[in-house]
Design a protein around this ligand. Structure first.
Ligand code: FAD
Ligand code: DHB
Length: 385
């Protein structure tokens, strides 16, 4: 088999890139390790920046997004007692959309056949060959082979693409946090109209949603926490405490999904090796606090699709040369915002009364400063491409 661009991974990065390339008339094939049902059921992101929804509008894969996406004009930071509303619409003129990653991937997968975007599901043992030659190719399964001009590594943090960059060529930067997020999804109305990020003495909590009848909540748990230690009742009790005033509006219900995700900051540089280009979580990971992961995957592939379109339409190589630098400039700013918000909103083991007072003083400063609120708001809605 031969194509122009071989894409590894059918997460948000790979699916969006595939559609953006097809819209430019570029041939590509996505090779994914899992089955479609598994990818569609993976519950993760919930908040989309305008840059991300603009891509879906541009592609015309937006019927359900338009009908079911929830525009959010603000969110709250809470310190256990009071809530500080960040009016992102008034401060930036922009807004975000609450629309689940599950829905984004479902829409992109459903639109693939009609747009000539082939996806190979359940491809085991995908391997990258000759990435730094003029004739790279992938192999997988029982002797399958895909020859291509370029490979796009969109295979998430644990995929093979990043490892295909030889040690010594790249640099990695990593910060691990000594806690995770325990998330619960339930078919109950959200406790508040907007998202609430709370820093309570017990630790962080987030009230989010997927629809007016489906809630998504998270709490900070120790790095070694086990799901079996968190029966639903214990989790609802803890959310009610940590969310402060907003917690009074919680409606409890059985968990549709409950999982623990570790928190990590990671960047691999450069995001290119020869004809292999990395995009999304395989190149960088942010802690989820700033809601930036999926949105960074989207901005990476916006840059990469533009660069590949320049190559194929005009033999213009400048976009490909500049891809890693351009993407990393946005990535590092999102890394900074996610790290800073994580530090502000979580309890860190070993922190004492002084560090707690520093957090409360910063929240108090934010409450009284339009400049501080604007800085948060413009990062939250997403920096320009
Ligand atoms: P992935 O989604 O990881 O997709 C990679 C794909 O590659 C997968 O389908 C995988 O099966 C496939 N793959 C892996 N290995 C191979 C292989 N060997 N061969 C073939 N295929 C392979 N982001 C936001 O923007 N907003 C949020 O609100 C938000 N909330 C989050 C909440 C939680 C709890 C978590 C865990 C994450 C959150 N994120 C959020 C982050 C977001 O989910 C990720 O950044 C996003 O999924 C990255 O997309 P991706 O396509 O790069 O990688
Ligand atoms: C959700 C996840 C986040 O990381 C975030 O910052 C906001 C919302 C969510 O899953 O709804």
């Amino acid at each position: 088999m031969r194509t122009q661009v071989a894409i590894i991974g059918a997460g948000p990065a790979g699916l969006l890139l595939g559609h953006l390339l097809r819209a430019e008339g570029i041939d590509c094939v996505i090779v994914e390790r899992q089955a479609a049902a598994y990818v569609e059921a993976r519950i993760r992101a919930g908040v989309l920046e305008r840059t991300t929804t603009d891509l879906l509008h541009r592609l015309g894969i937006d019927a359900r997004l338009n009908a079911e996406g929830l525009p959010h004009h603000g969110f709250a930071l809470a310190d256990g007692e009071r809530q500080i509303r960040i009016d992102i619409a008034a401060l930036t003129g922009s807004s975000v959309t609450v629309y689940g990653q599950t829905e984004v991937t479902r829409d992109l997968i459903a639109a693939a056949p009609e747009r000539g975007l082939p996806i190979v599901w359940e491809a085991s043992g995908v391997a990258i060959h000759d990435a730094d030659s003029a004739a790279p190719f992938l192999t997988w399964g029982d002797g399958e082979r895909l020859d291509c001009d370029f490979i796009a590594g969109c295979d998430g943090f644990h995929g093979p693409s990043r490892a295909a960059i030889p040690a010594g060529i790249g640099k990695t930067f990593e910060h691990a946090y000594p806690f995770g997020w325990l998330g619960i999804l339930a078919d109950v109305p959200p406790c508040d109209d907007e998202l609430v990020y709370a820093n309570h003495d017990h630790g962080f909590a987030l009230a989010s949603m997927r629809s007016p009848t489906r809630s998504r909540y998270y709490i900070q748990v120790p790095g070694d926490a086990r799901l079996e230690d968190w029966p639903d009742d214990r989790l609802w009790d803890e959310l009610a405490i940590r969310l402060g005033p907003a917690g009074q509006g919680i409606v409890r219900g059985p968990a549709l999904d409950k999982s623990i995700a570790p928190l990590r900051s990671f960047v691999g540089e450069p995001m290119r090796h020869g004809r292999l280009f990395l995009a999304g979580d395989c190149a960088h990971v942010v802690p989820p606090t700033g809601a930036k992961g999926l949105n960074l995957a989207a901005s990476d592939v916006a840059y990469l699709s533009e660069a590949l379109a320049g190559h194929y339409a005009r033999a213009d190589e400048s976009g490909l040369h500049d891809y890693s630098r351009r993407a990393l400039a946005r990535v590092w700013k999102a890394e900074r915002f996610s790290w800073q918000l994580t530090k502000l909103m979580h309890r860190f083991p070993g922190d004492g009364a002084f560090e707690r007072r520093m957090q409360l003083a910063e929240l108090d400063y934010i409450a009284g400063s339009t400049a501080a609120q604007t800085a948060i708001a413009e990062n939250y809605v997403g920096l320009p491409l």
